[in-house]
Design a protein around this ligand. Structure first.
Ligand SMILES: [Zn+2]
Length: 102
């Protein structure tokens, strides 16, 4: 059986906005990975478990959309969008990453 790769086409990116009363605050916004890359975003996390992700497929020669996958297998094992979680058959419950990107 071929090993399936985890491919998540939506992620959260860190954005900054002007805070009421001055200064800036950061917040997370859901976007497709393709839109995030064309907007020049550099900080990403999983939109479901807030775990760290890496961006892949940026220079796809086949024209496939870029995507993210979890950096940490434990996040994938308990994220609703995780490949390991979706393949699990033990009825486990999804949860947030124990080491979220904040
Ligand atoms: Zn996740």
């Amino acid at each position: 059986m071929a090993l399936e790769r985890e491919k998540i086409y939506e992620c959260e990116v860190r954005r900054r906005r002007v805070k009421q009363g001055g200064g800036y605050e950061s917040y997370w916004k859901v976007k497709t990975v393709a839109a995030a890359l064309s907007d020049g975003d550099t900080e990403f996390r999983c939109k479901d478990c807030f775990g760290a992700v890496k961006v892949l497929g940026k220079n796809s020669k086949t024209g496939e959309a870029p995507y993210v996958e979890h950096k940490v297998a434990l996040d994938s094992a308990y994220c609703v969008n995780g490949l390991i979680f979706r393949a699990s058959t033990d009825g486990r419950a999804a949860r947030l990453s124990p080491n979220p990107v904040e």
